[in-house]
Ligand binder design. Structure first.
Ligand code: FES
Ligand code: FES
Length: 413
């Protein structure tokens, strides 16, 4: 079958093969492949979550390789072979995976499933052994807001094992390209640190002791953002609490303090969970406080247990009275640099969005603490799992668009 789409001004003519059909179309240079297949070809099985290349919901096959269609310009795919989830209807490996997903209860909301299936199929064709570590690494670019990876990983491993038992070996091209979508940069699966292993495994990451990495006083952050919040307590109380490191850490989801080697120094870290990856950053921080100005600065550096993901950051805070309401305003100026596998989640816009939600949780905990609430166990609560936040942000954006469409928020500006 051949499809020719109507011409558009400023568009560029491109000829693609999509699910076996030749498609010739005039495509605007700015049109992403995901929008093209969904809006022009009505192949709506390709889903859009983050539109930042983070969640993997939009993963399709581009010349046989999994690729993020939200980051790919359709006009640049002239001559390419594109396969969407619809194009895998009759694919034997995809059929086996669908059955395994059903059997292993790996299907939940279905939003992430098309991208997950494309990534899973690539793994089945790539891996000759049902190796959980490799499977989890291969799926690490596909986020599931339900955090339901156990069934998905079991399904992928079962299909690999079944194929192995039938003597259908993988293509053996694992080494020709890194696992994950096109552009994945993990140098070798053998190098994957223990901290990136199974979430369901032992508490390896949280318990592993890496030597704290030194704080670089000349550090210049790659990204900066500002957060402000209000607390219904006097500024002197709020500033005093900011001086109690352990109390502040107890208010921040995932943070932990190991010890305080000096009054101005902390050794501790932060536990994070992003999709199937769990990491525990451990490091140290130096604290500066200006009692008169009620300002402070925390300069820290940390790395995960394998040292593959590393971060440096600086938080400057200012506590000021809000004369009109009698409350206290807290301003946080955050600067950070993130390196390694977890940097794929570090797009500034997303970090800011996630930080604003973490800040509001921190402010709530701080206020409860000032009101005399007892300290609670400070782990990463599921509601603050950044992967969940990511999807809730995408959902919020979707709902805002929908409300605008039906006119509840007034006309689009
Ligand atoms: S929509 Fe493309 S990676 Fe999230
Ligand atoms: S099953 Fe879709 S987000 Fe988890």
């Amino acid at each position: 079958m051949s499809v020719v789409l109507a011409s558009r001004p400023h568009a560029r003519r491109a000829r693609l093969t999509v699910n076996g059909d030749t498609v010739e179309a005039d495509i605007e240079p700015r049109t992403h492949l995901a929008d093209f297949v969904r809006d022009d070809l009505h192949l709506t099985g390709t889903h859009l979550g983050c539109e930042h290349g983070v969640c993997g919901a939009c993963t399709i096959l581009l010349d046989g390789e999994p690729a993020r269609s939200c980051l790919t310009f359709a006009a640049a795919c002239d001559g390419a072979d594109v396969v969407t989830i619809e194009g895998l209807d009759d694919d034997a490996v995809a059929a086996e995976l669908r059955a395994a997903f059903t059997r292993e209860h790996a299907l939940q909301c279905g939003f992430c499933t098309p991208g997950m299936l494309v990534a899973a199929r690539d793994l089945v064709l790539r891996l000759s052994e049902p190796d959980e570590r490799r499977v989890r690494l291969g799926l690490s670019g596909n986020l599931c807001r339900c955090t339901g990876y156990a069934g998905i990983v079991r399904a992928v491993m079962a299909v690999i094992a079944d194929r192995q038992a039938r003597g259908e070996t993988a293509g053996g091209h694992e080494a020709s390209r890194m696992l994950g979508p096109v552009g994945a940069h993990c140098p070798s699966v053998e190098d994957v640190p223990a901290s990136l292993h199974a979430v369901s495994g032992p508490e390896s990451a949280a318990g592993t002791k890496a030597p704290p990495i030194p704080v670089d006083g000349t550090f210049s952050p790659a990204h900066r953002f500002r957060q402000t919040f209000t607390v219904a307590f006097p500024p002197e109380d709020v500033f005093a609490l900011f001086g109690e490191v352990e109390a502040v850490a107890a208010c921040l989801p995932g943070a932990f303090v190991e010890h305080l080697p000096a009054p101005d120094r902390i050794v501790g870290g932060l536990r994070v969970q992003l999709g199937p990856i769990r990491a525990s950053f451990r490091g140290q921080a130096v604290i500066e406080r200006d009692e008169a100005a009620r300002t402070g600065r925390i300069l820290g550096a940390g790395a995960d247990a394998g040292g593959r993901s590393a971060t440096q950051g600086e938080i400057r805070y200012a506590v000021t009275p809000d004369e009109t309401t009698g409350t206290t305003s807290v301003t946080l100026d955050v600067g950070y640099t993130l390196k390694g596998p977890l940097a794929q989640f570090g797009r500034p816009g997303l970090v800011r969005d996630i930080a604003s939600r973490l800040t509001s949780s921190f402010a709530g905990n701080l206020e409860a603490r000032l009101a005399g609430a007892p300290a609670t166990r400070n782990d990463v609560p599921s509601g603050l799992n950044p992967a969940r936040l990511l999807f809730s942000l995408a959902f919020d954006r979707l709902m805002r668009g929908w409300r605008r469409l039906i006119g509840r928020d007034g006309p689009r500006s």
